[in-house]
Ligand binder design. Sequence first.
Ligand SMILES: C[S@@+](CC[C@H](N)C(=O)[O-])C[C@H]1O[C@@H](n2cnc3c(N)ncnc32)[C@H](O)[C@@H]1O
Length: 466
Amino acid sequence: MISPLELHPEVSKYVEESLFHEQMIKDYGEETCSSLFRHLLAYLSTPPSYTTLRINVLSASASDIRKQVEQILTKQYKKKDWPPPVIDVHPMIADMLVIRNDGPHDIKQVENEVIIDLSCGTAVLRGADIYIQGILAATPGMRVGDEVSVYVDLDRGCRKGLTKPYEGRKLFVGNGMALCSRQDVFCSKEKTSGVGIQMTKPLYQSPSLSGLIPDLVYPQNLPSIVCSHVLDPQPGELILDMCAAPGGKTSHIATLMRDKGRLVALDKSKNKTTKIRDCCQQWGLHSVEVYAFDATKCLDSSSVIEGAPPYPPNTFSRILLDAPCSGLGQRPSLKSHMTLAEVSSYPPLQRQLFSKAVELLAPGGILVYSTCTITVSENEDIVTWALKEFPDISLQSQSPHIGRSSWPHRLFTVRQCEMLQRFGLSWTKDLSHSSGNTSVDDASEAGDSVDSNTIGFFIAKFIKLQ
Ligand SMILES: C[S@@+](CC[C@H](N)C(=O)[O-])C[C@H]1O[C@@H](n2cnc3c(N)ncnc32)[C@H](O)[C@@H]1O
């Protein structure tokens, strides 16, 4: 049993107050709101029920890629003794494959124990095997072929190479087979890379995606795929992706432009821009220019459109601001070490980036703002601030719209709520109209479909008036 996402108490209070504002507490009662918040934290600690892959439809047809993926994963599943995977093209989004995950399973724990860290544990819950470098501790005497039980160190207390049983708080994530001995992990100079534990009986069965036809397939969460479709990039346009690394949405935007036109991709982190370049190169995309650049400085009226940033005002036909955020929509998320100062540092940065985006956008141009977090302060509040601050932009409806509408906000009309998209667990559409109904959507209410059981994500679309 996975416990709810753990937050620093002051962060938990901040997020809860951001979601359940005074009016909601008045309308639905304190008890209901805090029980919904606990439900939300529990939901965030579990992995999504589906794995989604974006596919390169410029290189092959969706059905061909689906077949290739099916062949590879069927072999992988057979090796692990699992029933064959069910893989479909998403009914509304032609460049997305959907694979149903399965779990949680009831797995009997064995004596041999392997400890891994939080980030490795998160990957295991989404289908990954464990690389040798990811192993923090293993039972003395562990040999190749042994069955082992894998635990996540929840408190970052496990010393690398610990020989005694780990006494700290740990979460069981399934059983696997050792492909290396304990000696290989901690004492060998040779065998230090590659898969160390193959997860044969994980708590959640989902495909292991490392190296899965990288020129045709990009593992990406559903809302991120939707986000680039909402931007609706067209061939021949001049488009800006302001915060682009590692390049998932950049490569998608360039693909939707059929690699014709010019896509400028910026990221503040120089190291991360390498990932954008690699990603575009792998998909054979040539329309992308990548710059390591602070997007808060990318506007300058004396600059020119060609070449590197900064750029003059009214330049781009479309801009994606996939903003740096607190990331609290990520699933599974077992424990966050973020402090209140960190979480509350994002809205000012988001407003700064948004202001630049509005100026850089050409009249008639489209701006998409998105985050992978759940706080109202980084989502709905940014929209209400922007609509007040910039009378020359207007909120637009989105296509495709397969997520929920926004979190209830005292400054939105019902129509405005419906123009925004929130993914992951959300307030039921009808709840805001009926104080008698106090449920959030869950598995019993179509909440377990691929469109709803995903990460927490927010999308807003604007047009700059002519
Ligand atoms: C949510 S991630 C972007 C994910 C990316 N759009 C994708 O789909 O692969 C936010 C990114 O913003 C970058 N960032 C943070 N501050 C920035 C700034 N001032 N200018 C440009 N990029 C920034 C971070 O390095 C991070 O890579």
